[in-house]
Design a protein around this ligand. Structure first.
Ligand code: URA
Length: 431
């Protein structure tokens, strides 16, 4: 077999076989296929696509390019969720302890954020002492003892994706639905979960800008999951708006805690109930969405979800005393943006909020940048709340002096009207 023939086949829009796809992944991972040939094949895939079966073969080949985890010996249902990346997305921090409190096991690997989308690991790292660089045996011990652990991406897991993703980044081949689907799914499947919810963010603050593309990606990931015998569901959720009231790191942890204590009242709360009930139904713990929602409400109201959160953070070394300290979030600089108009607010651009949060220090422009855990934005008003002239709309926080020009960036991305707007937190659910 020769890689040049495989490239040529894809250039002529032919379907690749399992053996050809395995040959590519094995060869590229071990270095016998050079970057220039891999780039040519990735570009042919970006231009001519792959069918569902080819994409499943690609996913499987990538998944087996390194170690895989197997939790069968526990005899428990392992649940996972993955978001394609959004602004204000602290879903994992609130949802995982809820799932664990309901009897599911969460053994999750998360990543860092880059640019305007924050990563769960960065948010968790804002809690002093939280340790996500654990060994395989420590990870197992945490999961066995506490039914929940969120750790950093293991280097030995899916090395093919690491190499291919870096190449895609510099060869204009990121935006290919089969390549995105295989990249996400190979990592999810390698961590050995039984029930997986994929939260495909859709809108200007996300990878997928329109619903049609988001549905295509979602359907493809479901087809891959089914081919590889996993229970999988997709929710396509709104990323025209930032999620909830907070964007940043410590500030998002605090909002996740509020939600776990039953004080959530924005779209973020709805996403927790919607995604949570989908996973609970996938795992067979409830027969209807109504029943699943009641179960979530129960563990929030009886404190089990918050207690599980504290148990998890503490087991991973995090200092849980900080959550009782009103000065834990203690930014040196604060800037309130007031409204000079009135009406029902509508935020038109999640990405503007993501970029401003990044400029305040809450995210990284370059991989090596440090994060300011104090930085972020609090949305005193969210879409569909009524605003009077002079009301505070948003508050910006940072450890460095705040550039007043950021105010305009946020004000340019909102509007007001006399009527409420039709804004859905969840666009579609796919099974
Ligand atoms: N996230 C991934 O893990 N891979 C992609 O290709 C895109 C988003």
């Amino acid at each position: 077999m020769r890689i040049i023939d495989i490239i040529d086949k894809k250039v002529h829009k032919e379907v690749l076989t399992k053996e050809e796809i395995n040959f590519f992944i094995t060869g590229y991972t071990n270095g016998t296929i050079p970057d220039y040939q891999a780039s040519a094949l990735l570009m042919a895939i970006r231009l001519n696509g792959m069918n569902d079966v080819e994409t499943a073969y690609l996913t499987e080949a990538m998944m087996y390019s390194g170690d895989t985890l197997d939790w069968k010996y526990l005899g428990k249902t392992i649940a996972d969720k993955h978001s394609t990346g959004g602004i204000g997305d602290k879903v994992s921090i609130a949802l995982c302890p809820i799932l664990s409190a309901l009897g599911l096991t969460v053994a999750k690997m998360s990543g860092r954020g880059l640019g305007h989308t924050g990563g769960t690991l960065d948010k968790l790292e804002s809690i002093k002492g939280y340790n996500f660089s654990v060994t395989d045996s420590e990870f197992r011990e945490l999961v066995e003892k506490h039914n929940i652990a969120i750790v950093g991406q293991n280097e030995k897991l899916v090395p093919a994706d690491k190499k291919i993703y870096a190449l895609r980044d510099v060869t204009a081949t990121v935006e290919s639905i089969p390549l995105i689907a295989s990249s996400i799914m190979s990592k999810k499947l390698a961590t050995g979960s039984d029930c997986i919810l994929l939260d495909v963010k859709c809108g200007n603050g996300a990878f997928m800008k329109d619903l049609e593309q988001a549905k295509k990606l979602g359907e493809l990931m479901i087809a891959i999951g089914k081919q590889l015998n996993r229970k999988i569901a997709v929710e396509i959720t709104n990323m025209e708006q930032p999620l909830g009231r907070t964007i940043g790191n410590k500030i998002e942890v605090l909002e996740a805690i509020d939600t776990l204590k039953g004080r959530g009242q924005t779209d973020f709360n709805e996403i927790i109930y919607s995604s949570g009930s989908t996973i609970i139904m996938l795992a067979g713990l409830a027969n209807s969405e109504k029943d699943a929602r009641l179960k979530i409400k129960e563990v929030i109201e009886n404190g089990k979800a918050y207690n599980k959160f504290l148990e998890w953070i503490s087991a991973q070394g995090g200092d849980i005393k900080v959550f009782d300290d009103p000065k834990w979030l203690n930014p040196q600089y604060k800037y309130e943006i007031k409204s000079n108009a009135e009406g029902y607010l509508k935020i038109n651009s999640a990405i503007s909020f993501g970029l401003v949060a990044m400029k305040l220090g809450a995210g990284r422009e370059k991989k090596e940048d440090n994060i300011d855990f104090e930085a972020g934005i609090y949305l005193n008003k969210v879409s569909n709340e009524y605003v009077n002239k002079g009301d505070v709309l948003f508050t910006m926080y940072s450890s460095k002096p705040i550039d007043v020009k950021l105010e305009k960036e946020l004000l340019d991305s909102i509007e007001f009207s006399k009527e409420k707007h039709n804004i859905k937190p969840v666009f579609a659910k796919l099974y």
